[in-house]
Design a protein around this ligand. Sequence first.
Ligand SMILES: [Zn+2]
Length: 118
Amino acid sequence: MKDPNHLIKVEKAIAEKYGDETIQDPKASWDDAKEKEYLEQIKKVSRSQKPKEKIEVDGVLMPKKLFIKESKRTCPQCKVYSFEMRDDLYMAKFKCCFKCYIQFVEGREEKWLKNQTS
Ligand SMILES: [Zn+2]
């Protein structure tokens, strides 16, 4: 069963925020200024609830939206996004970044490429 005092509590909370006239006749006092303030508050809340997604690039956090179109530059091996031109070369040839090439591929290029294509 609902709390019979619930509506009273809500009205009291609204009254404290916007003043008594809001409850007496909400439409009469709901002018453009209040609507604008209300919308601003919604914006603020939605902004604070959505933390900006960031991607770490060489230890520096960058906004994710900058990279969405270039997601192909993320190494499939270590999941690190790469700015480096030389990584393009290794990405195209070995499907990984330069660091992963050093770690996993160097000295066994043929075996690596076999595993990539099979
Ligand atoms: Zn990598």
